[in-house]
Design a protein. Structure first.
Length: 99
């Protein structure tokens, strides 16, 4: 057994200590976004899956991927909307649909 003395040990870093944790990108077409992501060199960490909690909805989906430079990117699709606190004074921003 070894015992180390006199070394200041920091607590393990938490997710907030890492800086930007991930970037979420909204898509109207999850299949096309996943294809473009992988064609650009990204790696999806799973198949697109149903969302939970405030983002739960029958057609809502999300998936995380790792970009070629290592950053986590979330692709998100919420056509059924999200549950937002009624007492919140600010609206939740959502991109406008384009035709």
């Amino acid at each position: 057994m070894f015992e180390v003395e006199g070394i200041d040990q920091a607590s393990p870093a938490g997710i907030a200590d890492q800086g930007l944790q991930h970037l979420a990108i909204y898509t109207d077409d999850m299949a096309a976004a996943c294809l473009r992501f992988t064609e650009a060199g990204g790696v999806l960490l799973s198949d697109a899956h149903p969302l939970a909690n405030a983002e739960d909805g029958p057609n809502n989906r999300g998936v995380y991927g790792r970009a070629p430079w290592g950053m986590l990117i979330e692709l998100i699709h919420t056509p059924d909307g999200v549950k937002y606190p009624a007492d919140c004074v600010l609206p939740r921003w959502k991109p406008a649909l384009t035709n």
